[in-house]
Ligand binder design. Structure first.
Ligand SMILES: CC(C)(COP(=O)(O)OP(=O)(O)OC[C@H]1O[C@@H](n2cnc3c(N)ncnc32)[C@H](O)[C@@H]1OP(=O)(O)O)[C@@H](O)C(=O)NCCC(=O)NCCS
Length: 248
């Protein structure tokens, strides 16, 4: 039990830039407290003390604002950050190293008792604040669900889904699920990810530079063939370095 607790605390310090030390995590992180209480509740549930399991889960909800059904399956080093308003349903499965932010629902869309009604999050999934993952499907390893997304369909490993209903915005290469890609990115933000607008502008600048070089080559060929044509004045030439700096 203490080994698991140590693992949980360590994983929170690793994943939350705001976490300063183990004491702070133990005393001020409702996500950790909810997971500890879930383990007691789950033990009762699995040992046929269902009411007690539900009652502990209810107490955990009062204390932490996080509701985890005692029948749910939660893996190791799962981090519920902030946590208020998180609801995890009875048949939900949360894999090792998943991160769940406040306001997330892992919910069901059917009323069939006994059936798998809630989602399965594979290892390392990040679910952004306020996202709803609804249904008995699987979210693949290291996938990301954007904040406030409403995910209604399975998500392949390494993919990122946003919006309502959620759609895939980027599917990382196969290597994304390999050990090297297991590094957690706080808040699900791609490390070193550039602003898409600035990426587009850099692309346009380098395209313009290539076009200018092409024009100069054409003018040189025309000159060599005896056809005289006025070139681009020096002052009108593109200063790509300066432009690239401006859109950085
Ligand atoms: C979804 C997420 C993981 C994507 O991060 P990323 O890989 O860095 O991707 P980008 O920021 O480059 O965004 C990719 C595209 O998705 C859009 N997008 C990102 N997050 C979005 C969201 N939550 N809802 C709708 N669209 C979103 C971007 O506008 C961009 O669209 P574009 O290509 O048309 O411009 C991240 O934005 C997110 O929501 N993380 C959760 C953070 C969170 O809950 N924090 C709580 C802290 S308390």
């Amino acid at each position: 039990m203490f080994h698991r607790l140590r693992q949980d605390i360590h994983s929170i310090i690793e994943r939350d830039p705001a976490a300063r030390n183990a004491w702070e995590v133990l005393t001020c992180y409702p996500g950790l407290q909810a997971i500890v209480m879930y383990r007691w509740a789950h033990w009762c549930w699995a040992h046929k003390m269902k009411w007690l399991g539900r009652f502990i889960s209810y107490l955990a909800r009062i204390v932490t604002g996080i509701e985890i059904h005692p029948g749910a399956t939660i893996g190791r080093r799962v981090f519920i950050d902030h946590g208020f308003g998180v609801v995890i349903g009875e048949t939900a499965e949360v894999g090792d190293d998943c991160t769940i932010y406040q306001g997330v629902t892992l919910g069901g869309t059917s009323l069939h008792t006994g059936a798998k009604r809630h989602p399965t999050l594979a290892r390392g999934v990040i679910v952004g604040a306020g996202a709803k993952v609804l249904g008995g499907f699987t979210v693949g390893e290291y996938a990301k669900v954007g904040s406030n997304a409403v995910l209604l369909k399975p998500l392949p490993p390494g993919a990122t889904a946003v919006g309502n209903p959620a759609h895939i915005v980027q599917k990382e290469p196969a290597s994304a699920t390999s050990a090297t890609a297991n590094l957690f990115s706080a808040y699900g933000v791609t490390p070193n990810g550039d602003d898409p607008l600035s990426k587009a502008l850099h692309g346009l600048i380098s395209h313009a530079v290539k076009q200018e070089e092409q024009i100069e080559r054409i003018l040189a060929s025309m000159k060599a063939a005896g056809l005289h044509c006025q070139g681009v004045p020096e002052c009108d030439k593109l200063n790509s370095d300066q432009l690239n700096k401006l859109v950085e």
